[in-house]
Design a protein around this ligand. Structure first.
Ligand code: GDP
Length: 301
């Protein structure tokens, strides 16, 4: 996959350079690997974990050749991703007993939240599902208009009350509409104002409560959108949002234009949340269901 390869070519070309002229994995190479992982935004904690596991293997096997380092690293990353990510459901499939399936989308401005919702709507529609969108990010000036635009483009209804209206009321009407028209999935955009955590908690809490008036166990998914090209900022946002609300899945965007795909590895490891979707471009088709095996392979291509 073109988008993903581009996202990671640096990580492993750097590894290639680090081992040039060396046959044995030693302290120096492990130091370099540590630096490569950190500069690739895998995150300090996850990097240390990976390095420690490789050190243990080196200590155990006495000799590890640099030719094997790729394979060992691939195994360790695969193991990490396996702990939090399953490849169970078919792409854009939904649990049959949850109809409408309610997705609440959170994330700060600029990460690609609206775009991701538009792409999701498109993909679900392509998969034969009926979709309703709820424009409950009523705080940011362009958010409502943008979502309406996406709704038109994709051909799905958007429930909106305009700017500065009560987000919970929008969510209420969106879920109601989805129930009335027996839609398969309803996706609710929400505002992501992190600077006021208590407000954010209250707002998201209120949105959840009105949804639950229709569907007890909703929202079925709370999807946090993170910009994969922002490195440490993505980690900070994950930390803040997980403090404010439960997060059940991640969408990591902008993995096309960056050499920093390591965010995917670090964030899913540190927050124990599955990465469900990845964004690899601006077009409505540029959203993929995350498959850990494919992803690890793409790192080593
Ligand atoms: P929001 O403020 O979080 O709703 O962000 P938007 O959805 O408006 O997206 C912000 C910008 O990021 C827009 O220019 C999008 O086209 C762009 N964008 C979103 N997702 C991706 C992606 O996966 N790849 C790239 N290259 N751009 C993206």
């Amino acid at each position: 996959d073109k988008g993903l390869q581009k996202s990671n070519e640096n990580l492993f070309s750097k590894l290639g350079k680090a081992v040039v002229g060396k046959s044995k994995v030693d302290e120096e190479i492990l130091d370099e690997l540590e630096e490569i992982l950190i500069t690739s935004d895998v995150g300090v904690d996850t990097t240390i974990k990976v390095i420690k596991r490789i050190e243990e293997r080196v200590a155990r096997d006495k000799y590890v050749g640099t030719a094997e380092l790729d394979e060992i690293l691939r195994e360790e990353i695969a193991k990490l991703l396996e702990e939090n990510n399953t490849d169970d459901l078919a792409d854009f499939d939904l649990p049959a007993d949850k109809k409408p399936y309610v997705i609440m989308v959170v994330g700060v401005n600029g990460v690609g939240k609206t775009t991701t919702i538009g792409k999701l709507a498109h993909q679900f529609k392509q998969a034969g599902k009926s979709v309703v969108l709820g424009a409950a990010d009523t705080f940011r000036a362009a958010a409502v208009d943008q979502l309406i635009l996406w709704g038109d483009r994709v051909g799905v209804p958007v429930i909106s009350h305009g700017m500065n209206t009560d987000p919970a009321s929008v969510a209420f009407d969106a879920v109601k509409k989805a129930v009335d028209m027996q839609a398969d999935v309803v996706i609710i955009d929400t505002a992501g104002r992190l600077h006021t955590k208590v407000n954010l908690m209250n707002e998201l809490g209120k949105i959840k409560r009105v949804m639950q008036k229709f569907i007890d166990d909703s929202p079925h998914e709370i999807l946090l959108v993170l910009d994969g090209s922002t490195g440490q900022n993505a980690f900070i946002q994950a930390k803040e949002f997980t403090k404010a609300t439960e997060i059940t899945a991640l969408a990591i965007t902008k993995l096309d234009g960056t050499a920093k795909g390591g965010v995917v590895i670090g964030i899913s490891d540190q927050f124990k949340i599955p990465v469900k979707y990845i964004g690899v471009g601006e077009k409505m088709t540029d959203l993929q269901v995350f498959h850990r095996k494919e992803f690890v392979d793409s790192l080593f291509k």
